[in-house]
Design a protein around this ligand. Structure first.
Ligand code: HEC
Length: 151
């Protein structure tokens, strides 16, 4: 009996011990759980996106132009983080709806979307609203897909 108790105690100690190093952020509590369940599509006007297969070259070109003008100061097209994350692999990390909502509705996303908030905690800079229309955001999305498909 005493032996069983000993092992039980040991188990409890070690399971607590392994927990603490993982918990790096010492936030007091989660800031209110999000009301709706997180479907990974983000928050905003974009509810569903139809993707092109194959990709549309004109859209890629326009998207690249917008990127050069409005995004390149903070984002690279590689996986390297500068101010914001590198865009390489973004279409694998996020749903297309999430990406477009992040581009067109960034304030709300940073305030309410759990994945955007996690990113903000890492980057410590709020991405500013770039006044990108939904049509332009769709071109940028096409450009993002081109980064993740060309070999
Ligand atoms: C002033 C710097 C800045 C500019 C300019 C900027 N961003 Fe960001 N962006 C950020 C930061 C910082 C983040 C990470 C979230 C946060 O901390 O706000 C981010 C996050 C993102 C994400 C999510 C990336 C991921 O890995 O999930 C996308 C998508 C994005 N930005 C798109 C754009 C697009 C498109 C433009 C141009 C139209 C743009 N950003 C312009 C700073 C910027």
């Amino acid at each position: 009996m005493r032996i069983i108790f000993f092992f039980l105690a040991l188990f409890m100690i070690s399971s607590c011990g392994s927990e603490s190093p993982k918990d790096k952020s010492s936030k007091p509590a989660d800031p209110e759980p999000t009301a709706s369940t997180n479907d990974g599509k983000g928050i905003g006007e974009i509810k569903s996106v139809t993707l092109n297969d194959p990709l549309e070259p004109d859209m890629i070109k326009r998207g690249k132009g917008i990127y050069d003008m409005k995004c390149a100061a903070c984002h690279r097209t590689t996986s390297m983080r500068v101010v914001g994350p590198g865009f390489k692999g973004v279409t694998e990390r996020r749903k297309p709806e999430w990406i477009m909502n992040m581009i067109t509705n960034v304030e709300i996303m940073l305030d309410k979307d759990p994945d955007a908030q996690a990113l903000l905690e890492e980057c410590l800079t709020r991405m500013p609203n770039q006044n990108v229309t939904i049509g332009d955001a769709r071109d940028v999305l096409e450009f993002f897909y081109s980064l993740d498909t060309d070999k």
